[in-house]
Design a protein around this ligand. Sequence first.
Ligand code: GDP
Length: 362
Amino acid sequence: QPDPDAQSQPTGQLRTPIVAVLGHVDHGKTTLLDTIRGSAVTEGEAGAITQHIGSTAVPLSVISDIAGKLVDPDDFDLPGLLFIDTPGHHSFSTLRSRGGALADIAILVVDVNDGFQPQTLEALDILKRTQTPFVVAANKADTVPGWNPGDTEPIQQAIERQNDRVESDLNEKLYEIIGKLSDNGFSADMYWRVQNFQNNIGVVPLSAMTGEGIPDLLTVLMGLSQRFLKAEMSIDVGGPGAGTVLEVTEERGFGTTLDAIIYDGTIREDDQIVVGGVNEPIVTEVRALLKPKPLSEIRTEKEFETVEEIAAADGVKIAAPDLDDAMAGAPIRVVRDQDLDDVIADVRKELAEIEVQTEEEG
Ligand code: GDP
């Protein structure tokens, strides 16, 4: 048994990969996120799954409970997955981090009946351009006529319950999706047949509605992250934080606040920060870091508690003076022991890159 105290080194800690959900409107992005949150809560770990601002963190222990025998937690050392709550490829392309896309990995949701649609193709283009690893969630498997529904369980188990005609109908739809992926330059197969996820896209049949196939999706995401993102996930957790603004919102008692994702280092109460603004970078000081109180009612939570520090990767609401000109998508930097002018220059440069990017997408 490894000594649990022996592993906490100050550097080289692994952060949670950030997961985005993309796909055509009505293909099930919101339902998928709700179901992942819901199954985590049903696993009796409502305290362990933390409803963050604009994101949902699902720790490895919860993933392993949901995934059952599909996941052996000993195979992984990444702490879990952080799902960004703002579905849609628009947010994906505007939400950036220092290196590129804010999301480290993505789920492309495709409705098995509706197949590839314009926004599916747009999403594929963005994933290709940003070289983001992704998995395809072939959603709404339960809508195949005659489907005998179950609940959150591995998809093989659900398929075994179906009669031959239902199974072959589903397969036909899945192969159509695999064919479309190939037409668009992505070699793909059912995820359980994929040997090399670097060259092949895994397709996970599932139902966001019933939960069938959700264990598989979480397992594949964990596996992909562990295999391909581990090096990027290694960060200096104690270093000055870097993040991205998801949304600028008014909060009673706090004034203008930032809903943000911190993807590197830490941010603390009283830290001096630089935030991208409409005209120029804003220099201000963190008054409070807010998190929703532990969940009772999913999604309706509006009460906050303050925390002293947030470490990457995590969502947080930042209260600070002078945030009126802050913009969604803008960078946030903690100054701490760095030179303020350098940090301002950094933020300015990054803002310029975002503008170029937005114009290109024009
Ligand atoms: P979004 O626009 O991609 O976020 O799609 P939504 O999650 O809002 O889903 C669109 C519609 O499809 C809603 O009426 C959902 O209830 C329904 N839906 C989503 N996933 C499933 C599924 O797996 N099975 C079935 N039968 N319906 C689904």
